[in-house]
Design a protein around this ligand. Sequence first.
Ligand SMILES: Cc1cc2nc3c(=O)[nH]c(=O)nc-3n(C[C@H](O)[C@H](O)[C@H](O)COP(=O)(O)O)c2cc1C
Length: 186
Amino acid sequence: MAVLQVLGISGSLRQASTNTALLNAAEALVRRHDAELTRASIRLPLYDADLADPEALAPVDEFKAALSSADAVLIATPEYNFGPSGVLKNAIDWASRPAYRSVFRDKPVAVIGASGSAVGTARAQGQLKQVLLGMASQVFPYPELVVANAAQRFDGQGKLSDPEVQQRLESFLRDFVAWARRVRVT
Ligand SMILES: Cc1cc2nc3c(=O)[nH]c(=O)nc-3n(C[C@H](O)[C@H](O)[C@H](O)COP(=O)(O)O)c2cc1C
């Protein structure tokens, strides 16, 4: 079986991000299912259709190329004011052009998320899934994997230390990889 290439996107830029830490945990877990998780940077310029400077656009091109070559995408989003982070939406907007023919079209995408609150990213994930449908992506139809009170789920080194979250993440990823293999358009 060919190794499934999964592109991981963290919706947080900060060094000690719990969403990036969640992707780190996912990276180790997907290997058990013949999948490989690589990362994309969303440190991109603000979306501007007039931007033409090739140097400024280089990270955008890199982001789109990574999405294009991935078999599937796993997004870990924080929740900012009940929605996904602005930096994540900005990156998605860049990748969404040309409309309905973008690198997101038909792409199998799963959404997970970690946040500081007790309801942890359920609202942000719902909004993000709607955005993905707007680009004709295939959205993993699965109960939300929310990591609430996220700071308590990781140790001082950013390693996932909560066995219950670990178990939920394991099941989620096992089923996501199997689903992505079934639905991906080659
Ligand atoms: C501008 C801003 C808005 C936030 N709004 C919410 C929110 O609506 N719901 C929530 O659960 N947490 C909210 N938080 C807390 C974040 O979930 C928390 O900072 C989280 O750790 C961010 O993810 P990260 O660890 O990957 O950076 C907010 C944080 C910021 C900075």
